[in-house]
Design a protein around this ligand. Sequence first.
Ligand code: SF4
Length: 349
Amino acid sequence: MPPTHGKMPAEHAEPITTADLIEQLAGEFRAGEERMLRRNAGPQPQHSPRASGIDHCSRAMALDILKCEARPAFSDWQLARMQRGREIEELIVTPGLQRLGFKVIESQASLVIRDESGTVICTGHPDGLIDYAGERIVFDCKSVAPHLWHKLNSLEDFWHDPWCYRQPIQLLLYMHAMELSIGVLILDDCLGHRKLVFVRMAGNEERVAAALRKCSLVVEAVKNHELPDYCGDPAVCRRCRWCGHGCEPPLDYSESGGIKIISDEELEHALRVRESNREPAKDAAWAERIIGKAIKPLADGDYLCGPFRLALKRWQRKGYVVQDGEVLRKKIERIADDVSQTPPVSAAS
Ligand code: SF4
């Protein structure tokens, strides 16, 4: 007889077992989480380009507006990450900055950028402005995965990242709209560590001009209901949320001549598991590298580091010769799916 929980759910009802109680609680937890995540998950209509959405491809930006309803839905994993990003970003402003004594003025104000004819070509909501020594500095908070956080130390690091390049562009557009010369990205690694990356307008004027030209092109395309050309860069297309969903760029994804379909549910599931573990795996690989570098010069013995004990012992590795044989190299990438692709960083505000 399984143990029963003390309470009877209702008169004459069977006593609820511990196993049932656990299952019920877990089910309600899952359903509640899903409800909460899905609350704001629907497509949010967009009428003009957003500063946070400046893309390498203007066609993708136009699709974001023209086919907003058809934009592939975010997965629960992505929604949870975005929700956590929003929470962290709110924490950075209040109580974060304010507790540090910075004077935050104008939080989440709307701004628009117009072209010479007065047409709105870009909109945005900077996280806020601080007044520091008489200088107004616009800031935007971003939560990024820990392995990325360590890599992003200067503006240059952003330009080389296929996702993060958008963040300084977004900030530069805010600076342009507000006629400010300094902006700052406040980066949180989702573990509570923060750093500042400053962005100056000086030296970045051409990037701003290029982003504005792109916005104008998109606005024109939307007005005429004509999509801009394909971007022509397979690397960009392969990461694109619209690839295979609203845009069929003339690309050959196969490097071995013709793509073939595999119908194997277990393999498909394994590919999804592999994908969902990619970020934690990158974090683990980064940690292994740092640990390996730090312990290499240490002598054998026992060490304590925080709550961890490190026991080091060297031994001679036996060399072996790898036999000749066939090696199968694999390259797996998501090119289309039921979920859209988002950067490995939080939802951009
Ligand atoms: S698939 Fe390529 S061409 Fe099409 S919208 Fe995306 S990036 Fe642009």
